[in-house]
Design a protein around this ligand. Structure first.
Ligand code: 3PG
Length: 386
C-alpha cells in the first residue's frame, strides 16, 4: 500500500487540487522569494505540462502573526517562474467560476487557506466539501505542513483520489535513507514551541529565538529581547513553562548562547549574556558562542539543524548561521538541515551544498519526523499503511 505517487496518476484534462507550501519570509509586509516558492513552482509547471487544470491551495503565516498575509504577492513571484492567476477567494462563487472555466494547462492560486476558520477545525468543513466536489484529484506536495492535522492537509484524501507530490516524495525518500545515531541537535528559528519536543537525551545547541527563550526559562533576564519574544511568540508563557521543566531535566545536555551580536548605534557588537538585561535585541549568536558550538560539531556523528541562528535577513546577522554551516559541511557527520528560513540562509551564505546530507524545505514537520512522530498528512495519504 503506502502513498500513491503523482508520477503514475492520469492528470490530463482533470482538475488537480494541489496543496503546496509557499510559506515564506515577510519583511515589512513584502513577501520574499523563497526556495519553497521556487521548488513548489516546478510541480505546478509539471502538472501544466501534463495538461492538468491546476488549482493551488497554500497558506502564509498564522492568523494573528506579522507574516499572515494574502497570497497575492506569492502569485506575482510564482508568475516569474510559471504562469498562474491569483484568485482572491477559496470556495465562494468567484473561486467556483474560475475553477469551472479552467482550461487544460492553466493554473490558479486561491487565497490563503488560513483565512478560513474551518482550516483549523477537525470536522468536514464546507471548504473541503465544495473544493472536493469541484476538483477531480488531490495532491499533497507540502511535506512541510504535513505535521498539521489541518483541513487542507488531512481533509481531502477522505473524499478524493489522492497522491503524493514530487516535493513531498523527495523529502520522504531522503529521510528514509538515514537513521540518525548519536545526534547533535542545533535548534533555532522563529518557532521555539516546535523545538521542545527534541529536548530529550541528545545534546542540543540553541539559537534563533529558541536560545534566548531557553535562557529566560532558566531565569536569565534579557531586557529588550525578552519583551520582543513576549509580544511576538504565540503562547509565550505557556511554552516557557514547558521549556523550564524540560531544561531542568536535560541539564548540561542543552548548551545555550554565552554571547549575542547586537546593534549599537549602527555597529555590530558582541555582548556576553551575563551583561544582559539590555535595551538591545539579540540579533545573532556572538563569537564565543560560535566557537563553543563549532567544538561540539566536530565531536558529532550526525547533526540535525533546524532554523537559522540569527536574524539572517540582515547580512551582519547571517554570520552565526554561516559559521555553523561551514563547520557542519567540513565535519564528518551526516547532516540533515531543515526549515524554510534555513534553506534561505544557506542560499544567502553561498556555501556549497555538497557538504550536507539533506537540505529540507521543512521545519516543524521534519522535526516531528525526526522525533519519531507520525505525521497526519502522511497518514492521510496512506504512508503508514502496510
Ligand atoms: C512551516 O513554515 O514550517 C510550514 O509552512 C508550516 O507552518 P506552521 O508552523 O505555521 O504550521
Amino acid at each position: 500500500m503506502g502513498m500513491k505517487s503523482l508520477e503514475y496518476a492520469s492528470v490530463k484534462d482533470r482538475i488537480v487540487l494541489l496543496r503546496s507550501d509557499f510559506n515564506s519570509g515577510v519583511v515589512d509586509g513584502k513577501v520574499l522569494i523563497s526556495e519553497r516558492i521556487k521548488e513548489g513552482s516546478q510541480t505546478i509547471k509539471l502538472l501544466k505540462k501534463k495538461g492538468a487544470k491546476v488549482v493551488v491551495i497554500a497558506h502564509q503565516g498564522r492568523p494573528g502573526s506579522k507574516d499572515f498575509t494574502s497570497l497575492k504577492q506569492h502569485a506575482n513571484l510564482i508568475n516569474k517562474l510559471v504562469k498562474i492567476k491569483f484568485v482572491p477567494d477559496i470556495f465562494g462563487k468567484v473561486a467556483e467560476n474560475e475553477i469551472k472555466n479552467l482550461k487544460s494547462g492553466q493554473a490558479i492560486l486561491l487565497e490563503n487557506v488560513r483565512t478560513l476558520k474551518s482550516e483549523f477545525r477537525r470536522r468536514k468543513s464546507k471548504f473541503v466539501k465544495r473544493l472536493s466536489s469541484w476538483c477531480d484529484i488531490y495532491v499533497n506536495d507540502a511535506f512541510s505542513v504535513s505535521h498539521r492535522g489541518q483541513a487542507s492537509i488531512v481533509g481531502f484524501p477522505k473524499y478524493m483520489e489522492s497522491y503524493a507530490g514530487p516535493l513531498l516524495e523527495k523529502e520522504v525518500e531522503a529521510l528514509k535513507k538515514r537513521s540518525l545515531k548519536n545526534r547533535l541537535y542545533i535548534l533555532s528559528g522563529a518557532k521555539p514551541d516546535d523545538n521542545i519536543l527534541l529536548i530529550k537525551k541528545n545534546k542540543v545547541l540553541t539559537g534563533g529565538l529558541f536560545g534566548p527563550m531557553c535562557l529566560v526559562a532558566l531565569g536569565k533576564k534579557l531586557g529588550e529581547e525578552e519583551k520582543y519574544m513576549e509580544q511576538n511568540i504565540k503562547n509565550y508563557h505557556k511554552t516557557l513553562k514547558k521549556l523550564r521543566k524540560k531544561l531542568r531535566k536535560a541539564g548540561n545536555l542543552v548548551k545555550n548562547p554565552v554571547d549575542f551580536a547586537v546593534r549599537i548605534k549602527g555597529k555590530v557588537k558582541n555582548i556576553n549574556v551575563k551583561d544582559f538585561p539590555l535595551e538591545y535585541h539579540a540579533y545573532d549568536v556572538g563569537e564565543k558562542t560560535i566557537k563553543n558550538y563549532i567544538e561540539e560539531i566536530k565531536k558529532a556523528d550526525s547533526i540535525y539543524m533546524k532554523g537559522p541562528l540569527g536574524y539572517y535577513f540582515e547580512r551582519p546577522f547571517l554570520r552565526g548561521t554561516t559559521e555553523i554551516l561551514k563547520a557542519i559541511s567540513k565535519s564528518k557527520a551526516y547532516s540533515l538541515l531543515g526549515g524554510g528560513d534555513l534553506s534561505e540562509a544557506i542560499e544567502m551564505s553561498k556555501i556549497s551544498k555538497k557538504g550536507f546530507g539533506h537540505i529540507s524545505l521543512s521545519g516543524g514537520a521534519l522535526l516531528d519526523y525526526v522525533a519519531g512522530k507520525k505525521l497526519p498528512g502522511l497518514k492521510a495519504l496512506g504512508f503508514y499503511r502496510k
